[in-house]
Design a protein around this ligand. Structure first.
Ligand SMILES: Cc1ncc(COP(=O)(O)O)c(C=O)c1O
Length: 442
């Protein structure tokens, strides 16, 4: 069989042609079975091949396939009602998009608009964090903290401030928790003071760093302190839960781990579990009402609230409720984490294993004592993924957590429909992949 033509610029992995998928399993053209322990790009939370969703999609398209987003559809109304039960209290105004980056743009624009209509146009900067990933559009890259992904666009990005994240393994203050003063949280206060609170519209962060950081839960004091600093300075708090949302960390949203109520919450990925492209922005009703009262309008995207996407998202969430998949993610995630730590933490390439729920990351290092990352040109994360695929396993890359020095990691974020046997399979085959790459690197 001929290789597929390159669609665009060539990527780091050998192309695979996936012909079909079922639950957590992918089947390639040659009939090879691969366990998708990345859930794709941390998307396929409910597993693949759900017949009831295929049937629903056919019915929905036959009923109505497009509506101008200013109008409602029964599917959108159902979804909004259900989502309001999922999101933190008060966050019950929703804006739907085609994916996560668009939703991040919407959050940034809402924050800027909110302050402007309230008569504070000077509040026009967004503070974000290094080692965060918020998406691929220019606004999202501007708040992003993955230096590699920003590099070719740095000259046009918004010049907005970034602070270090809560990331104990590479603490920029050289401290060790709990013997520190949570400098990662007070860094926000320092930056606000430096910039002037009257110039800052919002602070955006992933509750737990994902695509760049590699599944890093912050220290427990971090988010409550950040929320208090934002409140005191009239700065909107935006939680980007595109990766962590919809059960991934063992709670419906990661902010629940600290009973945190952000002003805006962004979702995507698991919202539709990959059955349709979709993202969402949830806004505190109080803020939406203030904007409406001041006559503000918020422009939609052509495919905002697509009826089919709304119907599928509603059904995906209903399936998660019916099958108690968030609870399962919490229980099985504890087992996965324990097994990863037990069997891989002594591996010569593994510097750190962290995570919660079904959201786990391994940081790979050349020297475990000095925590030295591998040279970026070695593309160690790509190599490990290539080796894992050869063992019938896919894990998702996470690259850039050591800043300019690079940083390689893999995310182990399987669909919520796996069981104990698949946990064994993941850990066993990931170890084989690490052994292979370690031997290669010599
Ligand atoms: C936290 C976070 N925000 C935003 C995005 C961008 O979402 P999308 O790729 O759907 O545009 C991602 C993608 O990985 C993400 O992890």
């Amino acid at each position: 069989m001929a290789e597929p033509p390159a669609m665009f610029l060539k990527g780091p992995y050998d192309p695979l042609i996936i012909e079909r998928a079922e639950g957590p399993w992918l089947y390639d053209r040659g009939g090879r079975r691969i366990l998708d322990a990345g859930a794709g790009a941390v998307v396929v939370n409910i597993g693949q091949g759900r017949e009831e969703i295929a049937r629903l999609a056919a019915e929905e398209i036959a009923r109505v396939n497009y509506v101008v987003p200013i109008w409602d559809t029964p599917a959108r109304a159902r979804l909004a009602e259900r989502l309001a039960r999922w999101t933190p209290p008060g966050l019950n105004r929703f804006f739907f998009t085609s994916g996560g980056s668009e939703a991040v743009e919407a959050a940034i624009k809402f924050a800027l608009m909110y302050h402007k209509v309230k008569g504070r146009p000077g509040k026009r900067k967004i503070i974000s964090r290094w080692f965060s990933y918020h998406g691929n559009t220019l606004g999202a890259l501007s708040v992003g903290g993955n230096r590699g992904r920003r590099a070719d666009y740095e000259h046009v990005l918004f010049d907005w401030p970034h602070i270090p994240p809560s990331y104990c393994y590479r603490c920029p203050w050289g401290k060790t928790y709990p013997g520190c003063a949570i400098e990662c949280a007070s860094a926000l206060e320092d930056e606000i003071r430096k910039q002037g609170a009257d110039s800052i519209a919002a602070f955006i962060a992933e509750p737990m760093m994902g695509a760049t950081g590699g599944a890093v839960p912050p220290v427990k004091e971090y988010w409550p302190q950040i929320a208090e600093i934002c409140r005191r300075n009239d700065i909107l708090l935006i939680a980007d839960e595109v990766m962590t949302g919809f059960g991934r960390t063992g709670k419906r949203f990661a902010v629940e781990h600290w009973e945190l109520k952000p002003d805006l919450l962004i979702g995507g990925k698991g919202l539709t579990g990959g059955y349709m492209p979709m993202g969402m922005l949830a806004v505190d009703e109080r803020l939406a009402l203030e904007c409406e009262g001041l006559g503000a309008e918020f422009m939609f995207y052509t495919y905002s609230s697509h009826p089919l996407a709304c119907a599928i998202a509603d059904r995906v969430l209903e399936i998660m409720e019916r099958e108690q998949l968030v609870e399962h993610a919490a229980e099985l995630g504890a087992r996965l984490g324990a097994q990863l730590k037990e069997e891989l933490s002594g591996h010569p390439m593994v510097g750190d294993i962290r995570g919660t729920g079904l959201f786990w990351g391994l940081e790979l290092v050349r020297d475990r004592d000095a925590r030295t990352p591998y040279a970026p040109h070695l593309r160690v994360a790509s190599r490990v993924i290539g080796a894992a695929i050869a063992h019938g396993l896919f894990v998702y890359p996470s690259v850039g957590m050591a800043g300019e020095a690079g940083g390689d990691g893999v995310l182990v974020t399987p669909p919520f429909v796996i069981g104990a046997a698949e946990v064994d399979y993941i850990v066993r085959n990931l170890r084989s992949a690490l052994d292979d790459v370690h031997a290669q690197l010599g």
